[in-house]
Ligand binder design. Structure first.
Ligand code: MN
Length: 222
């Protein structure tokens, strides 16, 4: 059953520092080299300073003469049509990366007891969840993202999107509120891992900010 998504509940997700036009980069709360050895400093710097900033620049150019001026990025992502390609790709690029940076941490951050309980109920165990998530991320054809979402039936689900699509876009098959996102574009891992996407994915588990993921979970439960 595909019920209407309660956008009020997801409105608080993926919020960024400056969330309406002109959009600006979310500040990192850690240094480029602090996610070593999982993510090398050069990859982080290029990813943040070049790729991320490119999306922001293109997004601002597209928004400045559009009906979306003054609108929050989450609102824009939830309301665009699928053929609004420039905003779909660059707005998604901005929101997805702003969210992704917060999903990572150089210092171990543990999941809440409540979130762990829900993971266990939905996937059997945290290890089962990680295996299923890694498998989904590995099998995305081409560029895209793997997500843990709270879906339209209020269940935790693993979702994947292509390019810079986001599970909050209204034309997505798997829709929901993001709790965790992993970027599997080659630019996210190729320098260190070459074609070994699975090694990159598995290297991320120790640097996932489970405290952030848990707080996303508890925010939407209300
Ligand atoms: Mn990226």
């Amino acid at each position: 059953m595909l019920g209407a998504l309660n956008t009020n509940k997801i409105q608080s997700f993926g919020k960024t520092g400056i969330s309406s036009y002109p959009f600006t980069a979310e500040k990192l709360s850690y240094s480029f080299d602090s996610l070593e050895p999982s993510i090398d400093a050069t990859t982080m710097e290029l990813h943040y300073s070049k790729h991320y900033h490119g999306y922001i620049q293109n997004l601002n150019n597209a928004i400045k003469n559009s009906q979306y001026i003054g609108k929050d990025i989450t609102y824009i992502i939830q309301h665009i049509d699928k053929d609004e390609y420039i905003i779909r790709n660059n707005g998604g690029g901005f929101l997805n990366h702003s969210f992704f940076w917060k999903c990572l941490t150089p210092r171990e951050k543990l999941p809440s007891r409540e979130f762990t309980k829900q993971i266990n109920a939905s996937f059997g165990s945290m290890n089962h969840f990680k295996a299923a998530f890694a498998d989904a991320a590995l099998n995305i054809f081409g560029s895209g993202w793997a997500w843990l979402i709270k879906d339209q039936n209020n269940k935790l689900s693993i979702a994947t999107t292509s390019n810079q699509d986001n599970p909050q876009m209204k034309f997505m098959q798997q829709r929901g509120a993001p709790l965790l996102a992993i970027d599997v574009w080659e630019h996210a891992y190729y320098l260190r891992y070459n074609n070994r996407r699975i090694d990159y994915i598995n290297s991320l588990w120790p640097i996932v900010n489970w405290d952030f993921v848990s707080s996303n979970f508890s925010t939407i439960r209300k």
